[in-house]
Write a protein that binds this ligand. Structure first.
Ligand SMILES: NC(=O)c1ccc[n+]([C@@H]2O[C@H](COP(=O)([O-])OP(=O)(O)OC[C@H]3O[C@@H](n4cnc5c(N)ncnc54)[C@H](OP(=O)(O)O)[C@@H]3O)[C@@H](O)[C@H]2O)c1
Length: 249
């Protein structure tokens, strides 16, 4: 089938492209690097021409609620409208577990995206996933304060982005299912342990310290409120295995 992949150059999107091609699908890539801006409604209409299904793995890096709502609101609206115009039969949208349970600016945009997809005109599947193993590297970089790397205290059950990609393609090959069960990694971890293992395996130096994030989001991260619901579908690749497989562990 012909699958349009929004966010095709991203951490998970690049795996989605690879997995979809390996399974014999005709792939259309949507990202600004590949000449399609999701915020440009006409460009999205052109890109979805002939697509049977869309997998939305796009995203922006922001902590601003306004920026997150603006991006996910406009990109999702454009995908839905263009999907109708192109006769797309299925939108598979990647979300994060419990975006409605934690008051983060970024999550506000993801919650808006879920609501637009749920109320929208296309048959849909929403896949809520936990943080990717790749998240540890992002936290290491983002938490830099001089020589120190600050890591929020967080209970997480991370999953390899490639396993999320495999599930997204499998869902796109099936009929729309609405909101499916959470997808999470094989074991619960502490974020600080992941970041320290990542830094040590990749030769990154400098102290790495645990910090409690203030406010309700910090409390949710510490308490386990962002862990998947019971009965979640579990991936198989642990963080340690993933780190070794990428040649750093
Ligand atoms: N990271 C995690 O731990 C995690 C966990 C669960 C769910 N998710 C969700 O999964 C999705 C992807 O996350 P990720 O970490 O893979 O993201 P990422 O690496 O930041 O990639 C984002 C993708 O979106 C594209 N994009 C951004 N703005 C665009 C625009 N205006 N027009 C077209 N494409 C645009 C980027 O390409 P260009 O820059 O070339 O446009 C890139 O391909 C997000 O919605 C995120 O909320 C992430």
């Amino acid at each position: 089938m012909r699958i349009a992949i929004a966010g095709a150059t991203g951490t998970v999107g690049a795996y989605v492209v690879r997995v979809a091609r390996a399974r014999g699908h005709d792939v259309v890539s949507l990202s600004r690097a590949e000449g399609v801006d999701l915020l440009d409604a006409a460009a999205v209409v052109r890109a979805l021409d002939g697509a049977d299904a869309v997998i939305d793995a796009s995203g922006i890096q922001t902590t601003s609620g306004r920026a997150s709502r603006a991006f996910f609101g406009a990109s999702t609206t454009n995908l839905l409208k263009a999907g109708v115009a192109a006769g797309v039969g299925h939108l598979v949208s990647l979300s994060i577990v419990n975006v409605d349970r934690a008051p983060s600016g970024y999550y506000a945009g993801k919650a808006l995206q879920e609501s637009l997809v749920t109320r929208g005109p296309l048959p849909y599947t929403i896949l809520p996933a936990t943080q990717f193993h790749e998240f540890a590297a992002q936290i290491y970089d983002r938490g830099r304060i001089g020589p120190v790397h600050a890591v929020p205290i967080m209970r997480t059950r991370p999953i390899a982005a490639v396993e999320v990609a495999e599930r997204l393609v499998e869902l796109a090959e099936s009929d729309a299912q609405g909101r499916v069960r959470d997808l999470a990694g094989p074991r619960e971890e502490r974020l600080i342990d992941l970041v320290r293992s990542f830094a040590s395996a990749t030769g990154r130096r400098g102290p790495i310290v645990s910090v409690p994030l203030p406010g309700a989001m910090g409390a949710a991260m510490r308490s386990g409120a962002l862990l998947p619901a019971p009965g979640a579908q579990l991936g198989t690749l642990t963080f340690a295995e993933w780190l070794r497989a990428r040649g750093d562990g």
